[in-house]
Write a protein that binds this ligand. Sequence first.
Ligand code: GLA
Ligand code: ZN
Length: 681
Amino acid sequence: MKQYLTSCHHFLHGADYNPEQWIKYPAILDEDIQFMKKAHCNVVSLGIFSWSLLEPEEGVYDFAFFDQVVEKLTNNGIQIILATPSGARPRWLAEKYPEVLRVGTDGQKQQYGLRHNHCFTSPVYREKVRNINRRIAERYQDQKNIILWHISNEYGGECHCELCQQAFRDWLREKYHNDLCKLNDAWWTGFWSHTVTDWQQIHSPAATGEPDDVLPGLFLDWKEFVTYQTTSFMQEEIAAVKEFTPQIPVTTNFMGPYQHLDYNYMRNYVDVISWDCYPTWHSERGDVIEAYSIAFAHDLHRGLKQKPFLLMESTPSNTNWFDICKLKRPGMHRLSSIQAVAHGSDSVQYFQWRKGRGGMEKFHGAVIDHNGKAEGRVFEDVKNLGILLERIDEIAGGRTNAQAAVVYDYRNRWAIEDAAGFQNVDKKYKRTCINHYKEFWKRGINVDVIDLSHDLSQYKILVLPMLYSIAEKDIKKIEEYTANGGTVIATYITGYVNETDLCYLGGFPGGKLKDVFGLVADEIDSLNPGDRNTVRFHDSQYEAVDYCELITPVTAEPLAFYCSDFYRGKAAALRNQYKQGTAYYIGCRDSGELLHAFYDDVIKNSSLRHYELPYGVTIHSRETEEYEYLFVENYTTQRVEIGMSEAVRDLENDELLPENATVAIDGYGVRVLARPLRKKA
Ligand code: GLA
Ligand code: ZN
């Protein structure tokens, strides 16, 4: 299955596997492998935290146990995603080289413990990681069963040690072409007399020094540096394994809309995108909200490379780290796993294969529980999912045809959440992106979640929720996109600042965006939690909450109006024809109904295919050369029926459904339907 990433795709089904925890239980390995086969699993992620086993003392390597594991998995047809072990280090390493330990924003060096907490600058840590990675790659380079490298685990966090400070300064010197004036201008350091007169004066943002929000330019550069430095660490890891196995692709497991690293930068350095997905099903906010929030995250990972991705971790039952660790209700394992596939995943993988006896994750869901049996509700769910994946295997590798995109920009998130103003408790950037995304989700429209570094030409609709910080080059991109016939939708707080948080002068939104949207946003009113304004759109009234921008139309035509307060009668939403395209601007946040009505208009006037679906039901699709595959997902507990205008084939039971058939979907059910694509002439 090395071909997995090249031509011949198959779905992967498996789990993180930690046999090193069971080294004193020799029967477990053979038993696990038998159980994997029984569960229709075809892959494991191996070695994620195995450093102490593989290098028990500095420079002393012991592969005996791993050799046996790799051999047995191989002989039994289980493929391996092999990890580099940098996510957690052995004690001896931290003891001998304390520089590998992180320093916090308070200047305190951490003691040995936890994981994912190395200094990403430390030359010693980089060297030790390179060494162990090279040893592992060298040892297993000829193993045909290794299909992918799993580089480290969930990179994250930051270090404020002296090595990192110096690396930050060096990075800034390069960024600002060794010109302190440029840096002072970008950071607006005339504010509070914070002018930098020597590169050595620069220090990362710190609770006890310069807090995040005083000089946002410093903060944003620090965040960018953390992504850069983490990526450079990752690149060294990758180079070490590629030295021996250039043919094996690499991934690292991302964490959804995790706000501390810019995955749109990191994506360029891995071959395949993968991520770890832990929804909170059955919580008080309800499964439908959870479903479209998770769908958004899947589409964000697919959007990173605009290609299929891997679901690297999910739980077969529950986690052990939510406030309330609820079990998945019957049907939900299948539904949420197929949700990932519907959005472009070529795998369903779990954390973890087997629950450990000790340690903090012993009560985290697993395929094999402490009873040690390949049976029971969870095991059956996993096994049945494996069987289903085999039945729908022809979809693996299938592309997603998305003609709409919602922009979720990590750097904008840093900027807007750091900005002092508007509403300081929670500006709700991510939630706003998801609320716009939802309007497509509930109408069964595929969406890419991207940032503006991507090619935009394939999209008919581009949504920019709360894109507060926009670099000039991106303003140009939006302008060109619209001029060439695109439909763009922006909201309140768009284009206020550039990429180092300097306000655009001459009116918001900045620069050419004023022409694109045909308006000027003069002021923004923030509402108390209990405050409401009323907005009139067509002949109905809607409720505005949180933000109301006061807008002066220039060429734009007002579509909706405020009905109360001193800005009564002013425009609350506008449309502007800009060259070949159309630009919409929504000046207020609303409680949901206005967005619904607004998108009804926009989508009906577009050529996007969409459905009228019952509440909580959605359709997503993937395509191969010959077929379009429709995934009909029901996140409610009620059975629903949907009429399909064209003939389709149910892939699970190979049943042909004629034109205009009614398709029933049980509560928490999902159906996978194939529709032949008309051959292009
Ligand atoms: C993360 C980690 C895993 C495990 C799971 C538990 O995703 O990568 O090692 O800790 O969380 O949910
Ligand atoms: Zn450091």
